[in-house]
Design a protein around this ligand. Sequence first.
Ligand SMILES: Nc1ncnc2c1ncn2[C@@H]1O[C@H](COP(=O)(O)OP(=O)(O)OP(=O)(O)O)[C@@H](O)[C@H]1O
Length: 352
Amino acid sequence: MASSAVPVSYTPPHICNGNGSRRSSSTTTSNFLRPLSIDDENAARKRRVACACVAPPPHDFTPPKFTGGHKMEHLSAEKDLEDESDVLIECRDIYKSFGEKHILRGVSFKIRHGEAVGIIGPSGTGKSTILKIMAGLLAPDKGEVLIRGRRRHGLISDEEISGLRIGLVFQSAALFDSLTVRENVGFLLYENSTMPEDQIAELVTETLAAVGLKGVEDRLPSELSGGMKKRVALARSIIFDTMKDTIEPEVLLYDEPTAGLDPIASTVVEDLIRSVHMKGEDALGKPGKISSYVVVTHQHSTIRRAVDRLLFLYEGKVVWQGMTHEFSSSTNPIVQQVNFSFCILFMPLTQR
Ligand SMILES: Nc1ncnc2c1ncn2[C@@H]1O[C@H](COP(=O)(O)OP(=O)(O)OP(=O)(O)O)[C@@H](O)[C@H]1O
């Protein structure tokens, strides 16, 4: 995955104000003051990207049924006739090359309010790249990204992003190794908000509880398991300044959130991703706040548990999109090449 390939020169969305000022937390002031390494810089760039986590599976979540279904052509036609006011992010005919490698060749899709979308496709087909373009970390060579109907050119700035918060949760979790969990989760607020530190600490504890973590505030990332790190990254992505006048909707972009986790830890993270969505409930049983999320994944369980709609990216284009349960019955020849395993995936257990 290309998370480590984010060029250092890119300005990330939601990243610090750029004035270099930092507020130290009460615990490890020296950590905040030490010079940042390249890894820290990358992590800092990542930190303002909102993350999503999951909690226990939502009560209303029913696994997709193998019903056969619509094709992308039908869905597209129907959607085009629909009200566009619920479109939060739109990618329109996006092209991106790295040197001679033409990775994205005309990618178009929309992410609507309330959606849980998965992006799948062969390795190297540009899934992470399109996620970074949506987040504003990478600029497309050609094409447009529209944020709530407003055209965005090149990389995004904090001003441009107003009206929609976009969070990116990197595969690696991208925590600051020398900061405690509390400092990692509250990082943005310690730096940028006017909230008193004790209030930030309280909010951090609350947010950690929302992703099912208790009593880990003073631990360092090295003292956490891989699954716990991903949950901390999720907490960091969903925490927001409660003193702001307006709360904007937030879209979370997850880059392979379950990569490297064992099946049980994957399930926890998948369910957390669901739970922070507004259609789910977090680990405390409270309604989730994330408007929509997009997950890049190779893992069947993640598609099954955390995704409602799929975009299939192949050779730089979206060759199919539809509801997850429709994928297995697609007549698209490219989809059929990979469909055998997916058919099994979405078939009821009794029919396997
Ligand atoms: N910053 C970059 N500079 C040069 N090449 C890059 C850069 N970012 C990505 N690439 C290349 O673009 C291609 C697509 O990468 P990307 O990570 O988007 O694919 P992916 O579909 O997410 O792959 P995977 O499923 O294996 O993670 C790869 O060949 C990768 O090496």
